[in-house]
Design a protein around this ligand. Structure first.
Ligand SMILES: NC(=O)c1ccc[n+]([C@@H]2O[C@H](COP(=O)([O-])OP(=O)(O)OC[C@H]3O[C@@H](n4cnc5c(N)ncnc54)[C@H](O)[C@@H]3O)[C@@H](O)[C@H]2O)c1
Length: 251
């Protein structure tokens, strides 16, 4: 599928594991060259090795997406090693599991800084490359926590910000051929969620199981493809139907 993606260059944040790693691997299998970034230097370098093993070119960089200096340095490395990217995949995210009684203002702002600010910074930094390509793609990983009430205010508000940013950036890319979309995973079987909670979450999901990283990466891949050329400023929920229904009577 998607032969048009072969030879393109992608930047993937949060590529050390979970969804970022699977996204990098799936893109590599389509012939996309992948620049992988994460704060976990060792694991991101393993991801880059996996990308290379499928024949694509890769680069591993230790990048904190909240640092303008580090993101600028990453852009220079990507340009030098792989060339300008046309696919900007904002996968990195951080889940602060504190409710209001524990989450102070600094903690709240840190979630916003990473999840929304980092997405903005990386997108803005590589935007001229995506525009120059003519069919660039930005895909942001939000969450169902961005549009429903959710126990952790910092995380939920930051993901809501990602969803609005996804729509708002459509104005910034107007007429350039670059589309901006988001995916909203529900519970996804990655290191971010607690393993012991999976059976309960499976039971609460209409399809009978939580998403795998592969389920979500498949949607990201579609949003990068020519088949999604007219999909712009929207989000795709990948939660097995969890937020589609509400049940008063069943437990
Ligand atoms: N797992 C879930 O249930 C779930 C549900 C909805 C949304 N998401 C979102 O999916 C995305 C991927 O998460 P995952 O489930 O693969 O979990 P994960 O924890 O494996 O991946 C997140 C990655 O982001 C990296 N990261 C965190 N802060 C960073 C920073 N400042 N700079 C650079 N990298 C940073 C982490 O090191 C980690 O590798 C996240 O945006 C997350 O919020 C996950």
């Amino acid at each position: 599928v998607y032969p048009e993606l072969g030879g393109r260059v992608a930047v993937v944040t949060g590529a050390a594991g979970g969804l970022g790693r699977v996204t990098a691997q799936r893109l590599a299998s389509l012939g996309v060259h992948v620049a992988c970034a994460d704060i976990d230097e060792e694991a991101v370098s393993d991801t880059a090795d996996m990308v290379r093993s499928s024949g694509a070119r890769s680069l591993a960089s230790r990048v904190d997406i909240t640092s303008t200096e580090e993101v600028n340095r990453w852009r220079d490395e990507v340009h030098a090693e792989l060339g300008p990217p046309s696919l900007i995949l904002n996968v990195a995210g951080s889940l602060d599991r504190r409710m209001m009684d524990q989450l102070d203002q600094a903690g709240f702002m840190r979630s916003v800084e990473i999840n929304a600010g980092g997405t903005y910074l990386v997108t803005r930094t590589f935007a001229p490359d995506a525009v120059a390509h003519g069919a660039g793609r930005v895909v942001n990983v939000a969450s169902i926590a961005g549009f429903i009430g959710y126990p952790y205010p910092g995380y939920a508000a930051s993901k809501a910000a990602v969803l609005n940013l996804t729509r708002t950036l459509v104005l910034d890319f107007w007429g350039t051929g670059v589309t901006v979309n988001a995916v909203c995973p529900g519970a996804m079987d990655t290191p971010m969620i607690k393993r012991e909670a999976i059976p309960l979450m499976n039971a609460k999901t209409p399809i009978g199981r939580v998403a795998t990283a592969d389920d979500v990466a498949g949607v990201i891949e579609f949003l990068c493809s020519a088949a999604a050329a007219c999909v712009n400023g929207t989000s795709v929920v990948v939660d097995g139907g969890a937020t589609a229904v509400f049940r008063y009577f069943e437990t």
